[in-house]
Design a binder for this molecule. Structure first.
Ligand SMILES: Nc1ncnc2c1ncn2[C@@H]1O[C@H](COP(=O)(O)OP(=O)(O)OP(=O)(O)O)[C@@H](O)[C@H]1O
Ligand SMILES: [Mg+2]
Length: 444
């Protein structure tokens, strides 16, 4: 007996140790074959209780046979009566089978009558606590259906590099919380706002863009209103760099003139934008990186008013018309608020790409993310200082995601700027609207 017991204990210990080793050695297969099936069973088994606790159930009338105590018959046997009764029961939303994902699982639910996705979004945090997971995100792709995406642990604590994108004007800058690549695609979303408090990871993201765009046939232009300390090391790959407001004004005038030239070229060729021009006529795309946008708008005294108004109008024109003529903006700033003037509000309206890193005040998050889901604003406010590079991204699919950029040091960006220095077209060459050879594979 004692021998059997000790053998069983030894087998159990070996099993636990084996599972532990498997989990450490190859977590994805362990999750798929052991962790996920157990989780799915427990989620299905406890769904009624969880839905009830999160106020997702509805009372419904059901007809039921119930037993009621009857009379004692003459034989002395108690006769039990069955009665057809109407009783109220709690009905839970129907849950399909959960499916495993890289960082957790997802499941589809059918809403009960009168429920909308916001009812589920409101209780997402309660669901996360009930299931003991990092986060539950709610989306709905069909009326009456809700998809819950569950992440077990924060996947953004550490993000591994992904292979770089090979498509023109597309850069993989990090990972979304879903595990998918975070891509900044200027062809789809031409202008971007990148906001965040100091040390939140804005420049790191700009570095990632420089590393990704440096090998591509594009002209890079820097507006560095921190006196050039950020972008000067990358000047070998930049076609132009402005480090003061006066220089920015001059460079913006150049960009407006360039746009006017390109408009003429497109009009002559009956093209609506440069991408409809034949490759031999197509001018080089220009990506403008702006660091510390607010400096363009801050006024020390009234004498600067005209200069600021001029700069602001030129930048707005670039934002309004640049897309068709291959000029794209990526504006970084600690504050992108309406207190900087109406120019900023108008510019913000033109920038459909929104990235909000950790912010100091809720107002900046609101201004950057605009009228996105309020849950996106809450999520932006809870980004921890210990995870620089984490941001809320308004994506091109109309959803918002938590994401984290890959760590790209200044040295890595500087190295890329040096090795691809020969791919930087001279500014004079860009200004004369010289066509640039863009491989057809990169223009689709
Ligand atoms: N994705 C990331 N992963 C790991 N560390 C990061 C990441 N992004 C930024 N960091 C770290 O955070 C520090 C601050 O980042 P960064 O310089 O990009 O901030 P910033 O928002 O540009 O700040 P500032 O407004 O002061 O210029 C960097 O030195 C870097 O070490
Ligand atoms: Mg910075």
């Amino acid at each position: 007996m004692y021998d059997q017991f000790s053998t069983m204990l030894a087998v159990l210990a070996a099993l636990v140790a084996g599972l532990w080793a498997w989990r450490r050695w190859h977590y994805p297969s362990f999750w798929l074959l052991v962790g996920f099936p157990l989780t799915a069973i427990s989620v299905r088994a406890t769904w009624r209780k969880v839905a009830l606790g999160c106020n997702l159930t509805k009372k419904r009338q059901r007809f039921w046979f119930t037993t009621v105590p009857g009379m004692i018959a003459s034989t002395g046997v108690v006769r039990v009566k069955r009665k057809f009764q109407r009783i109220a029961v709690d009905t839970k939303p129907f849950m399909w089978l959960p499916l495993p994902t890289r960082y957790g699982w997802r499941v589809t639910l059918h809403t009960l009558e009168g429920q909308i996705p916001a009812d589920y979004a409101d209780v997402a945090e309660r669901l996360a606590h009930s299931w003991g997971v990092h986060a539950v995100r709610v989306s709905s792709d069909k009326p009456g259906r809700i998809r819950l995406a569950v992440t077990i642990r924060d996947p953004l604590v550490k993000v591994d590099d992904l292979p770089p994108s090979t498509e023109l004007l597309k850069v993989t800058v990090g990972r979304l919380e879903t595990g998918k690549p975070w891509v900044v695609d200027f062809r789809t979303v031409p202008h971007w706002l990148n906001a965040g408090a100091t040390q939140s990871g804005k420049s790191n993201l700009a570095n990632a863009l420089i590393v990704g765009l440096a090998p591509q046939p594009v002209a890079l232009v820097g507006f560095d209103l921190k006196g050039g300390v950020e972008f000067t090391p990358y000047s070998p790959r930049l076609s132009a760099l402005a480090t003061s407001r006066a220089e920015c004004g001059g460079l913006l005038d150049d960009l407006v003139a360039l746009m006017t030239d390109r408009m003429g070229v497109c009009r002559m060729a009956s093209a609506r934008n440069i991408w409809q021009l034949p490759p031999t006529m197509r001018p080089v795309p220009v990506v403008v990186l702006v660091d510390e946008l607010a400096e363009l708008y801050l006024m020390a005294d009234k004498s600067e008013k005209d200069e600021i108004a001029k700069t602001s109008t030129a930048l707005l024109r670039v934002a309004q018309l640049g897309r068709a003529f291959g000029i794209y903006l990526f504006c970084c700033g600690q504050r992108i608020g309406s207190d900087l003037g109406p120019g900023v509000t108008a510019l913000r309206a033109q920038c459909s790409g929104r990235i909000c890193h950790r912010v100091n005040d809720p107002e900046t998050a609101t201004m950057t993310l605009g009228d996105l889901d309020p849950a996106a604003l809450d999520s932006a406010r809870t980004i921890a200082a210990e995870t620089p590079g984490v941001a809320i991204v308004a994506s091109q699919d109309g959803q918002w995601y938590r994401a984290r950029s890959f760590y790209v040091s200044e040295q890595a960006a500087e190295h890329a700027a040096h090795i691809y220095a020969d791919r930087a077209p001279a500014w004079a060459e860009v200004m004369t609207a010289q066509p640039h050879e863009t491989p057809d594979s990169q223009t689709a």
